[in-house]
Design a binder for this molecule. Structure first.
Ligand code: HEM
Ligand SMILES: CC(C)=CCC/C(C)=C/CC/C(C)=C/COP(=O)(O)OP(=O)(O)O
Length: 303
C-alpha cells in the first residue's frame, strides 16, 4: 500500500493534540514572511520612526488574523489535505485536532486579531484585514481553489495585503505607494505558487484540484511563470520609478532580479526536473530580500 493511501486512511488512533499542532494550524512560516512585509509597510509609511506601541499592536493583530485565516484553511481543506502527501501529516488531516476545536481556535484568533486592530490601531486596518481574512479563508479556500486555475491570481490579493495593512496601521489612509507594495507581492504569487504546483502536479491531479498545470498543461504553466516573473521585475522597479525608494533599493534589486529571471528562465526552458522546486524556494528568499531592500533604502537615505 502506498504512503499516500496510508496517509489518507483514518486509522482511528487519535493522539491528543499538542500545542505544536495548534501552532502549525496558523502556517507560522508563511505568516512570518507576511509580517515582515507588513512591518516594512509600517516603516515606509512615515519619514520618521513609527510609534512603537502601534507597531506592536498592528503586528500582533495582523499575525492573529492571518493565523486565524490559515486555521480556517486547514479546517475547510482537511479532506483534501488527507489526499496529498505534502499536506497529509497536518493536525486536522490526521485527526489529532477535532474539527470543533480548530473552528473555535480559528474563530477566537480571528476575532481577537480584528478587535485588537479596531481598538488599538484603527478601524480601517481592521476592516482591510477582515477582507484579507475572508478573501483567503473563505473565497480562495472554499470557492476559487476548486473552481478555476486562476484561483491563486485572484486569491493572491489576500496574501498580498500585508504591506497595505502595515501602511494603513500607521497612516489610517490607503495610499498609492502602499498599493505599489501590494502589486509586487500580487505579481510574485503566480511564479511562487505555480512552480510548486508543477513540482506537485501529480498530487494535485489525484486530488482533483484544478491548478494550472493540471488544466492547461505544464508547458503553458512554465510560460506563465516566465511572463509573471517579468511582471514581478517590472513591479519591483515601480518604487524607484515613483520616487518612493532610492538608488540603494535599485542597486540591491538589480542583481536580485537578474537571479530571479535566471532561475525562472530555467523553469521556462525546463532545464532540469528540479528547476521548479528550486524556483519555489528561491521565490521566498526573493520576496524577503526585496522587502529588506525597501527597508534598507528607507533607513539609509545616502543618495
Ligand atoms: C494565494 C497566494 C499564495 C499561495 C496559493 C501560496 C501557496 C503556497 C504553498 C502551497 C506553500 C507550501 C506550503 C507547505 O508545504 O506547507 C507555500 C509556502 C510558502 N509560502 Fe506561499 N502562497 C501564497 C502566498 C504567499 C505569500 C503572500 C507569502 C509571503 C509574503 C508566502 C510565503 C510562503 C512561505 C514563506 C512558504 C514556505 C513555508 C514553509 O517553509 O513551510 N506565500 N505557499
Ligand atoms: C489577514 C491575512 C493577511 C490573511 C492571509 C492569510 C494567509 C496565511 C495566506 C496564506 C497564503 C497561502 C499559504 C496559500 C496556500 O493555500 P493552499 O490551501 O493552496 O495551500 P496548502 O495546500 O498548503 O494548504
Amino acid at each position: 500500500m502506498s504512503e499516500l493511501v496510508l496517509a489518507g486512511k483514518n486509522t482511528g488512533l487519535v493522539s491528543r493534540p499538542q500545542w505544536r499542532d495548534f501552532w502549525e494550524l496558523g502556517k507560522p512560516r508563511v505568516v512570518l514572511v507576511m509580517l515582515v512585509c507588513a512591518l516594512v509597510g509600517m516603516v515606509l509609511a512615515t519619514p520618521v520612526l513609527p510609534d512603537i506601541g502601534r507597531v506592536v499592536y498592528a503586528t500582533l493583530g495582523v499575525a492573529m488574523a492571518a493565523m486565524g485565516a490559515a486555521a480556517f484553511n486547514h479546517l475547510l481543506d482537511q479532506r483534501l489535505d488527507r489526499l496529498m502527501l505534502r499536506t497529509s501529516k497536518r493536525p486536522l488531516a490526521q485527526g489529532r485536532i477535532p474539527p470543533w476545536q480548530a473552528a473555535l481556535y480559528a474563530s477566537l484568533l480571528s476575532l481577537l486579531g480584528l478587535s485588537l486592530l479596531w481598538l488599538e490601531v484603527n478601524p480601517l486596518t481592521s476592516v482591510l484585514t477582515a477582507a484579507a481574512l475572508l478573501g483567503y479563508a473563505l473565497i480562495y479556500t472554499r470557492f476559487l481553489k476548486h473552481a478555476t486555475p486562476q484561483n491563486i491570481t485572484i486569491g493572491g490579493l489576500a496574501g498580498a495585503a500585508p504591506p497595505l495593512l502595515g501602511w494603513t496601521a500607521i497612516t489610517n489612509r490607503v495610499e498609492a505607494d502602499a498599493l505599489l507594495l501590494v502589486l509586487i507581492i500580487f505579481a510574485w504569487t503566480p511564479p511562487h505558487f505555480w512552480a510548486l504546483a508543477i513540482h506537485k502536479q501529480d498530487e494535485y491531479r489525484r486530488a482533483g484540484v484544478p491548478m494550472l498545470p493540471i488544466t492547461h498543461g505544464e508547458g503553458f504553466t512554465r510560460l506563465q511563470i516566465w511572463l509573471y516573473s517579468w511582471l514581478t521585475v517590472a513591479m519591483t522597479l515601480m518604487p524607484y520609478v515613483s520616487g518612493m525608494s532610492g538608488l540603494v533599493y535599485l542597486l540591491l534589486m538589480v542583481p536580485l532580479n537578474i537571479r530571479f529571471i535566471q532561475i525562472n528562465w530555467r523553469v521556462w526552458r525546463a532545464t532540469s526536473a528540479q528547476a521548479p522546486i528550486q524556483a519555489f524556494w528561491f521565490s521566498i528568499r526573493y520576496i524577503l530580500y526585496c522587502f529588506a531592500a525597501l527597508l534598507l533604502d528607507h533607513c539609509l537615505p545616502v543618495f
